[in-house]
Ligand binder design. Sequence first.
Ligand code: GLN
Length: 494
Amino acid sequence: MVTRVSRPSDIHFLPAHEIRKMLDSRDLSSAELARSTLARIAEVDEELNAVLKTIEDGALAMADEADMRLRGSGPEPGPLTGIPVLVKDNMSTAGTETTAASKILSGYVPPFDAEVVSRLKDAGAVIVGKGNLDEFAMGSSNEHSAFGHVNNPWDTSRVPGGSSGGAAAAVAAGECAAALGSDTGGSIRQPAALCGVVGMKPTYGLVSRYGLIAFASSLDQIGPITRDVRDCADVLNAIASHDSKDSTSVAAPFEDFGEKLSNDLDGMRLGVPQEYLVEGIEPGVRSAFEESLEVLRSLGATIEETSLPLTDQALAVYYIIAPSEASANLSRYDGVKYGSAADDGLNAAEFSQHTRGEMFGDEVKRRILIGTYALSAGYYDAYYKKAQQVRTLIRQEFTEAFTRFDALVTPTSPSIAFKTGARMNDPLQMYLADVCTIPVNIAGLPGISVPAGFSEEMPVGLQVIGPQFGDPTVLQVAHAYEQATDWHRTHPPI
Ligand code: GLN
C-alpha cells in the first residue's frame, strides 16, 4: 500500500523557488546541493531507472560557477541559478552522449548543445544528467526505451507514463528539482499526471527545437516538468526565445510566462468539452476531475459544458501525421552519419538495412512502416492529405471554442498509471493513453497538467488548455487551482 507523505523540510522535495531562497540566504550552496542531488540519484535510481546518465564533473563545475554568481561575481543570478535540472535524453548535450533511448544512437556525442540546454546554462542551472524516455519519444509508458523501462516512484510495479517518463519520475522522486521533457502527443503532460508533478507543453513555436532529436517536427515541443506552477513559469522564461536556428520559432507576444500568476479566477470562463469525459475514463479519474471543477468554481470561475465533436478524430489524425513525419525524420539513421552501425552488409543499401533492422526497436519500426505507407504514392491523398485537412478543422474547432471560453479543462489522462507490461502487446490500448493530450498538439496550443488528487493511491492530473499564446492564462488557472489544493506538496515515500 502506498502512503502519501509530506516532508517539506527535505530539500530534495522542495520546489526550485524555495531552494533558491536557501541558496540566497546561504543556508545551502549550489555545490552542496549538486552533490546531494547526485547522491540522491545514486540512492534511488537503481529502483527507478529514470536517469540514463549523470553528468557528475559537469554538474559540479556548473554548481561552482552558480555559487560565484550567487555571491555577486559574473552575470546577475536568475530563478534557476544553482538549481539541479535533468534533461530528457533526446536533447543534444555537447560532450555528453545523447541517445534518445535508441541503440542506433548509442555512442553518439553531439558536438553542440540544444538551444534549450544553452539557455539553461546561461540561466545558471546545474544540469545533473539525462532522463530516460521511450525510444525516439515514441510511447506512453517508457517501456519502449532500449535501455530498460522506468518505474513509477508511487508504485514501482507501474509505469511512469511516457515518453518523458524518466524526467517525470525523477522530479517526483526528488532526483532533480526540475526537468525538461518533450511533448509530441502528450509526452510531458501524461507522465507528469501519472507521477503527480506539473508538466507543460507551451504554444508550438515558443521554445526552440534546435538540437531536439526530431520525432514529428510539426508537433514536437519542449517544455518543463516541475514540482509546482511557479517553477514551471520560471523554467519557461529561461528556455523560451525566438531562435533563428529553428524556422518554426516565434517570439512570445507577452513579457513573462508568470505575468498572471497572482491573478484570481473571478470572471474566468472555463469550458469542459464532454468528449474528453466519455469512453474509457476510469471512475476514480472522473470523480477527481469533478472535484477539481468544484474547486475552480469556488475560486470564482464559471464552468460550462461544451462540445468539441472532432476530438474523436484527433487520435486517428495523429497516428497518420506523427508516423509520416517520423518516417522522414528517422531516415537519417543509416549507420553512417551517427551513432552505432551493424558490422556486416555487402553494399551500402544492405549495410543500412542491417543497421536499421538490428538497432531500431519494434515500436519505432511500427511507426516507420505506418508513416511510409501513409506517404506512399496512391495512398497519400487518402491518408496524409486527409489527415492534414482534418487537422485544420480541429484547429478551427478550438479557435471557435476560445471565442466563448478563456480556457478548457479536462482530465490529463483517462487512467492512472497502469501496470508495467499491461499494454505492451496492445498498441491501440497504449495509444489511447493520449486521447486527452493529442488534440492540443494537433492544434499547436498550450496545455498544462497539474496534480489533482489520487485514485487508487495513484496521482491524477488536471489539464488546462488555452488558445494559441494563451500560455500565461493556462499557468494562471493551474496556479490558482494548485494554491487552493495541497496535491503538489505530496510526494512518494521513496
Ligand atoms: N504517446 C504518443 C506517441 O507515442 C506521444 C509521444 C510524445 O508526445 N512524444 O506518439
